[in-house]
Design a binder for this molecule. Structure first.
Ligand SMILES: Cc1ncc(COP(=O)(O)O)c(C=O)c1O
Length: 427
């Protein structure tokens, strides 16, 4: 039986609230606005959230564009061909930044890197099934302990074993020797991270690729490499152009990045690019001809706003290569400055110094208590997470500060001073 008649009965009298929050007769827009605003008034401000990698501020012109295109559905390609062309241009631009062959690279806009991971993983699985002639069962995916939870999600949903190289505390968990130890005939692929959510460090993609080449030569096992560049995908092309990590390495078959992180778009936008069509696996595409057009859809989700894609394109034309480089160089230099200040206290040990992703990660010995420090920073309005590292370093507690484009040098000064003050009084 529907809950509505019962609820109306209950509300006979002066109540305007139905159970669960829907009102019986509605209210004026002003009143509704005030009601919801009041309900959310205690929520922290995203710009003060030092935990997140996600973009929290955009300029007014970008906001205007964003609002204009919020009600355009990205999936209606035939109805909005200009938006579809923007999306394709974004794939072309990103493919160039990642040194793909622009006549061959194909890509998808996703809701974030997590959806991109599902798509990339599914393509790896299909390719492996074909490669192995379906003779093998129990496929596995190799990754380092710092891999994001989305990869473990992929493994659970698709029935793939997550083979995880444990953290050693000395350099990245995933490297050449770990790859050699973990890969076998059942390995659908290796995921290298650029860079880690936990400490902001890049995994050695070129070294991992070289080990996979050696594995093929010596043991005949052909394992493709996917790069999860959720944050680094929009940083490395601008700041680390000499470093080999992308489609310049033949072993790299696909790369993902989050447009809503260092791509500087509001949530949610991710990108997944494959080296070429064969790596995307045509059998995973679904044609939806009632929308017009006959291009197959590869994404997992269907309807969603086109605004993030429009904003991504805006950022490319607005900032250009030099603009992206300037923003990220500033974040990296602020992160390094902060790391230097925290290390200089003598009471914190820096594990991530901001020299790759602009992320500062510190650990502490008693009497400095990171959870108390986090509470002190919260009193000053800053949300800073404290967490433990993955196996086998789960007894190490760390604090992480992500330096995003809306953090000013005054903000960094405030944070550094507050930490210095706290640790100097800890006893
Ligand atoms: C390395 C890495 N991969 C994947 C993800 C998931 O990204 P998204 O939030 O865009 O789904 C993250 C998020 O922080 C990440 O750092």
């Amino acid at each position: 039986m529907s809950a509505l008649p019962e609820a109306i009965e209950e509300s006979s009298g002066c109540s305007t609230q139905l159970r669960g929050g829907i009102t019986l007769f509605g209210m004026d827009a002003d009143e509704a606005l005030a009601t919801v605003t009041e309900r959310l008034s205690g929520e922290g401000r995203p710009e003060r959230n030092l935990a997140t990698f996600l973009t929290t501020s955009i300029e007014p012109e970008a906001h205007r564009l964003y609002r204009t295109y919020l009600n355009y559905n990205l999936v209606d390609r035939e109805q909005y061909p200009a938006i579809d062309a923007l999306l394709r241009d974004c794939v072309g631009i990103i493919g160039t930044l990642w040194h793909g062959d622009d006549s061959r690279v194909v890509g998808s806009a996703t809701t974030g890197s997590s959806e991109a991971a599902m798509l990339a993983g599914a393509s790896l699985l299909r390719s492996w099934q074909e490669r192995s002639g379906r003779e093998w069962t129990r496929p596995n995916l190799v990754m380092g302990a710092g891999a994001h939870a989305c990869w473990k999600k992929f493994c659970r949903h698709w029935g793939v074993e997550a083979r995880v190289a444990p953290a050693t505390g000395e350099g990245p968990a995933l490297n050449g020797p770990a790859v050699e130890r973990l890969c076998d005939e059942r390995t659908i692929g290796v995921v290298g991270i650029l860079g880690s959510t936990l400490d902001g460090r890049y995994e050695p993609i070129a070294e991992i690729a070289a080990e996979l080449d050696r594995l093929q030569e010596q043991r005949g096992i052909d394992v493709p490499l996917h790069v999860d560049a959720a944050s680094g995908g929009f940083i490395a092309p601008f700041l680390d152009s000499e470093m080999l990590w992308d489609f310049r390495i033949p072993r790299v078959v696909s790369i993902n990045a989050s447009g809503h992180k260092s791509g500087m778009v509001l949530p949610g936008l991710g990108w997944l690019l494959w080296r070429d069509r064969s790596r995307r696996r045509a059998e995973l595409g679904v044609s939806i001809n009632y929308l017009g057009g006959d291009d197959a859809h590869y994404e997992l989700t269907f309807s969603r706003s086109a605004a993030p894609v429009v904003l991504q394109y805006y950022n490319f034309v607005r900032l250009g290569f030099a603009g992206f480089r300037k923003v990220h160089a500033r974040c990296r230099s602020l992160a390094r400055l902060l790391a230097t200040r925290l290390q200089a206290t003598g009471r914190l040990r820096v594990l991530g110094d901001g020299s790759e992703l602009p992320v500062v990660v510190v650990t502490a010995e008693p009497p400095v208590d990171l959870r108390e420090l986090s509470k002190r920073l919260a009193e000053l309005g800053w949300a800073v997470p404290v967490y433990t590292l993955p196996p086998k370093q789960e007894d190490v507690e760390v604090m992480r500060i992500v330096v995003r484009n809306d953090l000013t040098s005054d903000d960094v000064e405030d944070i550094a001073s507050a930490v210095e003050d706290f640790v100097s009084h800890a006893n």
